[in-house]
Every structure is written in structure tokens, then in C-alpha cells.
Write a protein that binds this ligand. Structure first.
Ligand code: KIV
Ligand code: ZN
Length: 387
């Protein structure tokens, strides 16, 4: 099986559904260009039937983007599919993403229908979308909670009707990694012709498992990952693009590859955060402001000796200028000495001890000791400043 993993970015669709994250047409366009530069294979630009504004935004993205496929979401409804097709008709690589709920919860409680109707609508939506574009992705909403035997029947309908990609969303973020991986394997083993289509993962993070689930799916045959920058998305969010990409990159032995230019990960994280008014938690993997910061004395000493002691990623690999040593009351002499030398101060052993005691007093009164504090401290102790 091919080891290429396609990255399907849904920041502009699932990410944009988050309250307060709505984007104008111009903002979507700007972010789509940045996503294309990042190297994503597919950009899900929006849900065109949802509003005239989103229709126009998806249309503008479709008319601008040349390398990435541009995808439009629809429900399994003819009118939705027609509007999606119209929005992306000028795309260099258009894709329609259509689908329906398949779990008993969705079939009986949300859609209030029968499994037979779901199978008919699956066939209909895919074959109808194929009248407009060659690339049709089918999603089985709430596949995570769908009984595997019925899910296989649904996916069989989608494949027979001409789907090129089948998406198996864990819509509610319910699955465990092993369970989700087995679901993908079950489909690989039980759907005829599935080897001719791409299996996609689409995981939500309600239990904090979206990245682990996406990786488990890849290991069981999925070759497309749906994800967002910074993991933004409905409720607890979607799988984070930067996490999946860096896991595959760092674990080379897994032998999967993506086309993402990883040095753009940090810049695009900040661009998305600022444009969508969604702060990035400081301890967020890969792109959080603390992801390459070291504040405890033991860690700082280790990093100063050799960065690899406490970092598995070279910050430059993801577009971060350098790892930082944050000086707090938990820092040690090595870190203080390191920072003082960067500022041009080189106290001897006794001088460093005196400076360290003064530093601890400052550190106990401020959260983080900054360069301005250190400069003032050294000015207050002129006998430590060597000519
Ligand atoms: O979470 C989900 O199931 C979705 C689908 C519309 C793909 O976002
Ligand atoms: Zn989703």
C-alpha cells in the first residue's frame, strides 16, 4: 500500500463553525492561500448552501487555489449538492464532500428514518454528485458510534456509486484508538473495491483522543487525515494538523509521508489564531508558546548542554526561531549564567552565587524574570560587572 498520507484541512469549514471564528470572504481567501503554501492536499473551503456569504467565499477560494483540491461540503440533499457544485465549478481540482448520519443514534433519533433509507440516500448522493465532479468524498456521520457491519454496507453503497474517498468520522470523539483502528480495518476487510478509494479519518477531540485515533486509522489503512490548524473545531475541536504531521515526521520508521512544509507550521498557527480570534493554549503541542520553553533548573541545565536532552523537535523545523530558557524561581545557576552571558555579563563563581541569590529574590516577586530585571540587578551590583 502507498505510504503517502493526504492532508485534508478543514480549518475553513469545521474550524470556522466555532462560535466567534467566522470568516469573511477575504479572510478565507487569505487563509486558503496560506494553507496551499503550507502544502495541504485538500482545502475544505466551506458549506456553500449554509449562506450566500459562504457560497461566495468558497467560490472565491475555488477560483484562486491551483495546487490543492478545493472541497465543498453538502448534506445528502440534491439542492445542497447542486449549490456545492456551483460554488466550486471553476476550481482546478474540485471535490464535493457529501454524506449522511449512519449511527443508530443519528438514523433513528436525528434523521428519524430507517437503515434502508440511509443506504438509498448514500447511493443517491454520491451518484448525483458524480454528475458534477469526478472527485466525490462520502462521509458517514457518527461512524465512530456506527455498528461496523452496517457501516460496511453504507460504505459499500458509496464505493459502488462512485465515491473516490470514503470518510469515517468519529463525529462525537467517542472512540478509543484501538477501536477506531479496528473499524478502519473492518472496512478494509469487508468492503469490495475499497482498495480503489482513499479511506479518510475525521476525528473530534471530545476525549482528547483525536490525534491518537487518526494515527491508529493510518496504521490500519487510512490514507487521508482531516484536521485543522491548532486543532480548532466544533466543541473540543478536531484533530490538529501540526500534531499528525510531526508525529509522522518524527516517527520515520512508520514510513508514512506528507507533503507539508513543516517550517510553515508555527507561522500559520499564529495567522489562524489571530484571524479567527482563537488563542492557542500555551502548552499546545508543536505550536504553543511554551512548546520550546524550558523553565525548571534541571531541564535548563540539560538543554544548555545539549538541546536534544529535552527536545525531540528542532524548533526551526516547525518555524520557531529558537527554544527559550524562561527564568523563574525554579531556574538554576546554569540558566542564569547562560542568560547573563547572552547579555554580556560574565561573573566569576562567587559573583554568580551572589547574583543568583539576588535573582531568586526578584524571581519570587515577579512571575518571569526578564532581561530588563537582570540588567537592573547587575547595575545594582556594579562590583560584579567586569570591565
Ligand atoms: O464531524 C463530522 O462528522 C463532520 C462531517 C460533516 C464530515 O464534520
Ligand atoms: Zn467534524
Amino acid at each position: 500500500m502507498d505510504n503517502r498520507v493526504y492532508i485534508f484541512d478543514t480549518t475553513l469549514r469545521d474550524g470556522e463553525q466555532v462560535p466567534g471564528c467566522g470568516l469573511t470572504k477575504d479572510q478565507k481567501l487569505k487563509l486558503a492561500v496560506a494553507l496551499e503554501d503550507l502544502g495541504v492536499d485538500i482545502i475544505e473551503a466551506g458549506f456553500p448552501i449554509s449562506s450566500p456569504g459562504d457560497f461566495n467565499a468558497v467560490k472565491a477560494v475555488a477560483e484562486t487555489i491551483k495546487e490543492s483540491s478545493v472541497c465543498a461540503l453538502s448534506r445528502a440533499v440534491d439542492k445542497d449538492i447542486e449549490v456545492a457544485a456551483e460554488a466550486i465549478k471553476n476550481a482546478a481540482r474540485p471535490r464535493i464532500h457529501t454524506g449522511i448520519g449512519t449511527s443508530d443514534q443519528h438514523v433513528f433519533t436525528k434523521l428519524r428514518t430507517t437503515r434502508e433509507v440511509i443506504l438509498e440516500r448514500t447511493h443517491r448522493c454520491v451518484s448525483y454528485a458524480r454528475n458534477f465532479v469526478d472527485d466525490v468524498e462520502f462521509y458517514a456521520e457518527d461512524a465512530g458510534r456506527t455498528d461496523n457491519a452496517f457501516l460496511a454496507q453504507v460504505i459499500q453503497e458509496a464505493v459502488s456509486a462512485g465515491a473516490t474517498v470514503v470518510n469515517i468520522p468519529d463525529t462525537t470523539g467517542y472512540c478509543l484508538p484501538e477501536e477506531y483502528g479496528q473499524k478502519i480495518k473492518y472496512l478494509v476487510d469487508n468492503v469490495e473495491g475499497i482498495e480503489n478509494v482513499i479511506i479518510s479519518t475525521h476525528c473530534h477531540n471530545d476525549l482528547g483522543l483525536s490525534t491518537a485515533n487518526s494515527i491508529a486509522a493510518i496504521q490500519n489503512g487510512a490514507r487521508q487525515v482531516e484536521c485543522t490548524i491548532n486543532g480548532i473545531g466544533e466543541r473540543a475541536g478536531n484533530t490538529s494538523l501540526e500534531e499528525v504531521v510531526m508525529i509522522l515526521k518524527k516517527h520515520r520508521w512508520l514510513d508514512y509521508e506528507t507533503r507539508i512544509r513543516t517550517s510553515e507550521l508555527f507561522p500559520i498557527s499564529r495567522l489562524i489564531s489571530e484571524t479567527m480570534n482563537m488563542p492557542v493554549q500555551p502548552n499546545k503541542a508543536i505550536v504553543g508558546s511554551n512548546a520550546f520553553s524550558h523553565s525548571s533548573g534541571i531541564h535548563q541545565d540539560g538543554v544548555i548542554k545539549n538541546r536534544d536532552n529535552y527536545e525531540i523537535i528542532d524548533p526551526a523545523e516547525v518555524g520557531v526561531n529558537k527554544s527559550s530558557i524562561i527564568l523563574t524561581a525554579r531556574s538554576g545557576r546554569a540558566a542564569l549564567n547562560f542568560r547573563l552571558s547572552q547579555l554580556g555579563f560574565r561573573p566569576d563563581k562567587e559573583g554568580l552565587e551572589e547574583a543568583y541569590q539576588a535573582f531568586l529574590e526578584i524571581a519570587d516577586s515577579v512571575t518571569v524574570v526578564e532581561d530588563k530585571h537582570l540588567k537592573q540587578m547587575m547595575e545594582d551590583m556594579p562590583h560584579l560587572i567586569k570591565a
